[in-house]
Structures are given as C-alpha cells and as structure tokens.
Write a protein that binds this ligand. Structure first.
Ligand code: MD6
Ligand code: FE
Length: 218
C-alpha cells in the first residue's frame, strides 16, 4: 500500500484520514505539544515505572508498560485485566494528567466520537526490536467506546488487520505526533506493531512511546 498517504509532513493541516468505517488516522495531531505530552508521561512513570509484564503463557513482553488513570491494564500468569492498583508499587496508578485527557478527548471528537471518557491510559515503551503481536483489544467492558492512540518518538510499522486473525492486513507507519482513533465496527480489529528498528528521535532518543486511552466503564 502507499504509506505516503499517512506521512506526517505538514500534518497539522491534514484532515483526518479514514482507515476503516469507524477509524481515523490523525497525522501530526500531537506535534505542537509533543514535548509537553512526553513530560506528562515522565511524571507518570516516575511514580509507576515502566516494567515488562509477563503474558498468561509465561513470556516476558518486549514492550515495557505503565498506566495512569483510575484503572491500569496488567498481565501476569493469571491473565489480562484492568485493576486500580499498580502491582509494582501496590498503590493506585497516577491520575491521568489533564493534558493527556484533553488531547485524547479532542482526538476522539475529531473522529466523530463525542462523549469519550477514558478511565485508562496505557503507556507502552518500545526500544529497538520491541514488538507487539497481532491482538484484539477486548478486555474492556465497554466496546462501544473508541480507543485513542498517540505515537511519539521513533516511528514504527503498524499492522492493521481485519476482524479475523487470519484476514489480510495493511501496514502503515506511525510517526512522532500521529494519532489513531478507532471504534464502532472497527473496535475489535486485529492489530500489532512490527519490531521497532534502531533509530533516534530528538525528544525520546532510541525509544518509541505509544499511549492508548480506553473507556472501560459506561
Ligand atoms: C502500539 N497499540 O501502537 C500498540 N490498541 O504501540 C495498540 O495495541 C492499540 O494503538 C488499541 C488501539 C490502539 C492501539
Ligand atoms: Fe491494542
């Protein structure tokens, strides 16, 4: 496919690009306040540090994770779930910084989702070679709310599949400042991230940060 369609150059002027019946790519959505967003992430991870979770199958994930908001996504031998306490600190997750909530709601609105009230903000940190296998996001009780995803730092290839694991998938780049919003008929699409290549970004060094906002409740 033509990945140039999704290039972020001059992206703040770019309109939302539909990538499915309920999904939009917002190129460069965060470019103007990327540094502030990364600062907010650092405040969160100073309190709930990045860690490599274990899958229910016993593998350590290559992506390191943290959360903010009233609930956080965790994985261990017992399964995947959302919980109010950070298992590492035994304390509540840090509150969602106002800037993150505001920008997530704005992105959702641009994609036509008016009343997005995320209670979870999952922060993923990728270093060289880190990847995320093909999966569906289906641990949320509310599958009518969309998911908002922000990418910062080093770029990555996003794998955008269909509603079946074995269907065809598209690939496109997620670059620094890009946002993706998806929901409705696309909410359960399979997706993943190809292994991140060695690269440097001036704001993050050799790291990609992805932030996903979810609404688990009504
Ligand atoms: C990532 N993102 O971009 C992984 N899930 O690092 C996800 O798994 C994801 O971007 C649900 C909705 C948006 C996403
Ligand atoms: Fe996901």
């Amino acid at each position: 496919m033509n990945t140039d369609l999704f290039a972020s150059d001059n992206a703040q002027q770019n309109p939302a690009v539909p990538i499915g019946p309920g999904s939009y790519f917002l190129g460069g959505f965060l470019l103007a306040d990327a540094a502030a967003v990364l600062g907010a992430v650092s405040e969160v991870t100073a309190r709930s540090p990045f860690r490599h979770l274990t899958t229910p199958g016993g593998q350590q994930m290559s992506v390191a994770m943290s959360n903010c908001g009233s609930l956080g996504w965790v994985s261990d031998r017992g399964g995947y779930r959302y919980q109010a306490l950070d298992p590492l600190t035994a304390k509540p997750w840090p509150p969602m910084p106002a800037l993150l909530l505001e920008r997530a709601q704005q992105a959702a609105k641009q994609a036509g989702y008016e009343n997005f009230q995320p209670d979870v903000c999952l922060i993923n940190r990728y270093t060289v070679g880190a990847r995320m296998g093909l999966h569906q996001d289906r641990d949320e009780n509310n599958l009518t709310a969309p998911i908002v995803s922000f990418s910062l730092g080093v770029a990555a290839v996003f794998i955008w599949g269909g509603l079946q694991r074995t269907g065809k998938s598209q690939r496109f780049m997620l670059r620094h400042g890009d946002a993706v919003v998806w929901g409705g008929p696309d909410r359960l699409r399979f997706h993943g991230v190809a292994p991140v290549k060695a690269d440097e970004h001036v704001l993050t060094g050799p790291v990609r940060i992805n932030i996903t906002f979810r609404q688990t409740g009504p």
